[in-house]
Ligand binder design. Sequence first.
Ligand SMILES: [Zn+2]
Length: 273
Amino acid sequence: MEIIKSFIESIINIYSNHPKLLLETIILIALCVLLKIYYPKFRGFMGEFWVKLELSKLPKDKYFVFNDIMIKDEKGTHQIDHIVLSKFGIFVIETKNYYGFIKGKEFDNKWIQYLGKNKNYFVNPIHQNYGHIKSLSNLLELEDKYFISVICFSNHAKIDVKSSSIVTQVNDLENEILKYKVLLINNDIKELSNIIISNNIKDKTLRKQHVKNIRIKINNNRALENNMICPKCGNKLVERNGKYGKFIGCSNYPKCKYIKNNITKAGKDTFAQ
Ligand SMILES: [Zn+2]
């Protein structure tokens, strides 16, 4: 007790003798709090920035780059991180600003992120990107075969994914796109780019609503998961053994392949889909 008392007394002593130091300490604490709150947003922003920078290296006469596009179809709104239009194909890029060790397969429902001893499941981004490609193919009235799915992780992640479609990292993104050299699209690229521009939702309220809808969906799913109910089919969730160890999945397997999400804020930066 005596030690604590003298410690507090000495601190009070220091600050009363150096009032400027007190102000500096308060500013420092405030900065730490702000950093703690905004760090995920900042990381997300930087992740997108590096991808944009990498895509800006593509020759401008052959590649049209679009960042953060939102389009609407009968199923709702789709937020697409990046689209690269070219005669060699339309690259639809889903960025994942995750770190840790990422493991998955093309047709798995969920992929796994290992953060030390923690294991988090997340929706297979190839499946997620397929929805984006579908919405774009409807919009541009082009068949799926003209679209190339690209999943791009940050350079910090370590990737072990078996897939025939592109799963890459920011540093390799440009090279992966430049590998495609065969002329695939006869349509006027400028015309296609005009369709994207004119259908891109810019309205801030609508964009906010999109994010809000995703949050609501995530929260609803989480509430059901906490009650051990499968959000997909309504059956019970049970603990099961898989090739990567224990996990919580649907008791209606193999009809329903739902696996409980367990993404922690520490490993994931944004909820953007
Ligand atoms: Zn289920």
